[in-house]
Write a protein that binds this ligand. Structure first.
Ligand code: F6R
Length: 615
């Protein structure tokens, strides 16, 4: 996690860095800091515990006038949030300043090595070894013939060769006041090219208002960046060429557009994001088209199992997709948390297809799980929202959700777009296999109707808000559902706990009686999702069982119910295979309004970060 930003140009760096950091705060907000090279060629650092806005209010910040600088917003891993543990970190000579996103796994060993060479450390972080290692290699370079920037570059290359783990790093040096060196491995980093100025960031949206031309670094590629030039090198210090990518996203997509919070904006964007996900993939009079995916009928017939692997909300999208793929393609699907999959030696071979879902495309566990399947000869498909993200560079095939930037930490529109894209994938497989044609036709029709139906669901906002205001002080909430509704219960429960800090649990309705019902007591809130007409009677009996024990009930349904539940949110009918795309929306809104009623920071819940680049 953590966000890093950099600027090399003619303007003052500080406002650019603060602007970028504010947009990267979703990656962590335990502390913030910036460093610039000033006119006297000295590096000046201002950093502290707390958020970017606090940093910006620091009286000293106006003393930074340099036109080259680096910035960092932190999600603490090694060392508690504090001023001294904040980035940027300097080496002992104060000649090198570093910001870092990732984890240096062998930092203890490197620290010991550096201490044996008389280096001292101020912080508890893993990062502080990096500027000191750079200093060490700078002072002890084996190649004394190197001159100018190349000596600086060589020291950074040599130092990073010693690092184990993940990193995106920006390095400034007072000895080379006109340039910056950056490198990445398993953590994201992009370089934006401007006119006589260049920008660096952990993601594209943070600097999209300055440029639309980007270079995407691959693992262990270095860039030496000056105001007028960006030169790329491999780890042998040989120059390499990289292609520039023009990003067509609208910079306004990363703004709140009059909404109080990004989360609410993103909930309301779902009709649009789903239209974008569908794009031209479901043409009216012919079979589905998935760009860049070429899996033959023979290959699909040879598959014995599909794994869907992901984390958190993305895994919940996978749970819904399991039902769609099994139903349409008749291939067994197993869904697993990436953090479990990667360490349990799963049975994967050339007859297994592995699908990885990641909004950010940077989740460390998901990427590691993908690499594992590749090493076992399985084909891999990545479903991601971020163009050029790390996962897209690892997978055999990458399918983009095209949901637009998702800024709120709690995922909403990415989840619904993931389900839509997986449903289109299932349709594509079934069409290739030439099976279940009428089910495929029916599902296609229903997918195309989703944007309009989501608009209908959003009209329930006021009623949902009123219920949120009734229950926001509660300590425990239960979510129940059967079949596909259970997968939505899991997602609703996750949304609630992460942004409202209310303890919540999700159970398959039929499981209540096997233990959890002991927790149901007078006044407790039970949220039920009830969309499958075949399971209505059974699900209603389960709701009645909790009502009998005094529970308040909030029911999301597409059925006509003649029962006296506390609140019923009626949603349009759709195919039971994709009903989560509609039924999740009241749950997203409920979590949102509960968090607002509690006065919490909806977009940046405590302890979380949007992009989990550490395991
Ligand atoms: C919850 C949420 C997380 C993410 C998870 C995976 O609202 O957003 O559970 O879904 O961290 O992130 P990605 O999809 O970026 O791999």
């Amino acid at each position: 996690m953590c966000g890093i930003v950099g600027y090399v140009g003619k303007k003052e760096a500080k406002p650019v860095l603060i602007n970028g950091l504010l947009r990267l705060e979703y990656r962590g907000y335990d502390s913030a800091g910036i460093a610039t090279i000033e006119d006297n060629h000295l590096i000046k650092v201002i950093k502290d515990k707390g958020r970017v806005n606090q940093l910006n209010e620091n009286a000293e910040i106006n003393s930074l006038t340099g036109t080259i600088g680096i910035g960092h917003t932190r999600w603490a891993t090694h060392g508690k949030p504090s001023g001294v543990n904040s980035h940027p970190h300097l080496d002992n000579s104060r000649c090198f300043a570093v910001v870092h996103n990732g984890i240096i796994e062998n930092y203890a060993e490197l620290k010991e090595f550096l201490i044996s060479k008389n280096y001292t450390f101020l912080s508890e972080t893993d990062t502080e070894v990096i500027p000191n290692l750079i200093n060490y290699y700078y002072e002890n370079s084996s190649n004394s013939s190197l001159e100018g920037n190349e000596k600086f570059l060589k020291a950074v290359i040599d130092a990073t060769k010693r690092l184990k783990g993940s990193y995106a790093i920006e390095v400034l040096s007072s000895l080379y006041p006109d340039c910056m060196i950056v490198v990445r491995k398993d953590s994201p980093l992009v370089i934006g090219k401007g006119e006589n100025e260049n920008y660096i960031s952990s993601d594209i949206p943070a600097i999209l208002s300055f440029t639309k031309d980007f270079y995407l670094l691959n693992d262990r590629e270095f860039a030496l960046i000056t105001r007028n030039d960006i030169v790329f090198y491999n780890e042998n210090a040989e120059k390499i060429q990289k292609e520039i990518k023009n990003i067509t996203w609208d910079a306004g997509a990363a703004e709140k557009d009059g909404y109080d919070d990004f989360m609410l904006k993103e909930i309301y964007e779902q009709p649009k994001s789903i239209r974008e996900t569908i794009g031209s993939r479901l043409p009216k009079d012919s079979i589905s088209v998935i760009e860049d995916l070429a899996l033959s009928k023979e290959y699909l017939e040879s598959i014995k199992k599909i794994f869907i692997v992901a984390c958190g909300t993305a895994m919940h999208a996978g749970l819904t997709a399991k039902g769609i793929i099994e139903n349409l393609c008749e291939i067994p699907v197993e869904v697993e948390a990436a953090s479990e999959f990667r360490y349990r030696n799963p049975i994967v071979n050339s007859r297994t297809l592995c699908i990885y879902i990641s909004q950010s495309g940077e989740t460390a566990d998901t990427i590691a799980a993908l690499k594992l399947a590749k090493s076992k000869d399985a084909k891999t498909i990545a479903i991601t929202n971020v163009i050029g993200s790390s996962i897209s560079r690892e997978a055999d095939y990458t399918l983009y959700t095209h949901a637009g930037p998702e800024i709120a930490v709690a995922s909403t529109k990415a989840y619904t777009s993931q389900i839509v894209l997986l449903a289109i994938l299932a349709i594509n497989f079934a069409e290739t296999l030439d099976i279940n044609n009428s089910k495929v036709r029916e599902l296609k029709k229903e997918i195309l109707l989703l944007p309009g139906k989501i608009e209908e669901v959003l009209k329930n906002e006021q009623e949902i808000k009123e219920f949120a205001n009734r229950i926001y002080k509660e300590k425990d909430v239960f979510f129940i559902g059967r079949g596909v509704d259970y997968t939505v219960a899991l997602e609703g429960s996750l949304k609630l706990k992460e942004i409202s800090y209310i303890h919540s649990e999700a159970y398959p309705s039929g499981e209540l009686k096997h233990g959890p019902i002991a927790l149901i007591e007078n006044g407790i809130t039970v949220i039920s999702i009830l969309t499958n007409p075949l399971l209505v009677e059974k699900s209603i009996s389960n709701i009645q069982e909790v009502v009998t024990r005094g529970a308040k009930t909030f029911v999301v349904t597409n059925q006509e119910l003649n029962h006296n539940f506390d609140k019923v949110i009626k949603i349009p009918e759709t195919s039971p295979l994709i009903s989560p795309i509609l039924s999740v929306i009241p749950l997203q809104l409920l979590a949102y309004f509960i968090s607002k009623a509690k006065g919490l920071d909806v977009d940046k819940p405590r302890n979380l970060a949007k992009s989990v680049t550490v395991e």
